[in-house]
Design a protein around this ligand. Sequence first.
Ligand SMILES: *Cc1c(COP(=O)(O)O)cnc(C)c1O
Length: 504
Amino acid sequence: MLSEDNLKHLANRKVPVEITGEQFKLLGYAVVDKIADFLKTLPEKPVSPINAENKIKNIIGHKILPQKGEGSKFILNEAADLLFNYTTFNGHPKFFGYITSSAAPIGALADLLASAVNPNVGAGVLSLAATEIETQTIKWIAEFIGYPTNCGGIMVSGGNMANFVAFLSARKAMLNWNVRGEGLNSKNSKQLVIYASTETHTWLQKAADLFGFGTNSIHYIPVDKNQKMKMDELKNHYNKDIQNDLHPFIVVGNAGTVATGAIDDLPAINKFCKENDLWFHVDGAYGAFAAALPDAPEELYALREADSVALDPHKWLYTPLEAGCTLVRNRKLLTDAFSYHPDYYRFGDEDDDAPINYYEYGFQNSRGFRALKVWAALRQAGKDGYIQMIEDDILLMKYLYDLIQTHPELEAVSQSLSITTFRFIPDDLKDKENTDYLNKLNEELLNRLQNSGKVYLSNAVVDGKFVLRACVVNFRTSKKDIEMLPLFVTETGREVDKELRVNK
Ligand SMILES: *Cc1c(COP(=O)(O)O)cnc(C)c1O
């Protein structure tokens, strides 16, 4: 029996995390004001904080967990100031590093709405509206890229997870024993083989490793001079592996590699997979959305034939982090790979017209409402709006390629989708074989550019060359932002070159 005191205490329960309606409005308006000012002044800010790593550790690192609560207004103000001053802004017009997009502002508002209502999108009955919106979003994504809209799908946190979900669907569908019960150690198991080009993103290593295949089961296929998988090499590997009684089961095709945006010969990979009963998976985390363009590179459209596609709305749909998406052609194969029915869940079966339970489609159990921000932005811009934004990103990088090609101190190295790679070569080294020095020079140049706060580039290694890599998945980047790049890079490059030669 509870004591009188306890009962009295409960009757006047105090809850330190609650915020009243009036307070919420005041705090919320203030945060929204700050965000609006932040977005407005973003182009004038440094792209990345300059020499700030130690400073931020000193500010945050020594704070102990407060014993008593602090004021909400104070907390939110401090958080905003820290974030505005110590972040590399992927939404800055001069952010050209990695494939991390500027975030559609409507996504921020949608996220606020989603977390305020907080539906658990693990089970349909717990989130009727949210589950339907997620289902519709997945369908729209499929429609956007021309994939069959009766496919299965799920929203996940990003490209890695999207590829993992597809990979495990393939595992269940392609292995001819009860892999969910017996695992990979079945007596029926031969040595399993995964094919992918050497340019494939590192998610595949994690997948092969963490799901028990081992990274040795990845048979990497070399690429040609355009960074595309060599099809004859794939065929040779396959024939040899079959002769050696191995069990190949999947080929991963790239719809836009992470380093240079290369698109594998997807029609040929599709044909090869169909002929040999292999799962055809497309990693389209970056490039799949470009398949919506009427004049996309022809080979991209063959992702429509794939058994599964991984996409990243937080890349070319400009959704705020995190949003990934898996599409699986045969929707049943998703639940085949992931579904369990424990006693403590009575959520009903899809077959009986109950709403979809997304916990049966992937890794997560409780799930947040990731789809809302994607759904809202798709509606705000429409299909045409998105096609135009993606097209413009690509045009900007083609323009950069043209500028570099006509610049005497720059060498254009690659251009595909919205990625252009190039390097700085001092005048007197133009016709000399000097890879080691040029690699050192361009690496130091990249460090210098990244620490300038004026522009953010990343790098790639192409044919042993260390190259600068510009990538635009950014609706804020303008023609002017591109035009400053060759100037700034060569100016800085000359400085670095001079210093390196003096210190030699
Ligand atoms: C970005 C990317 C990934 C990984 O996606 P995350 O969202 O960072 O997890 C995988 N493959 C390709 C081709 C990518 O561009």
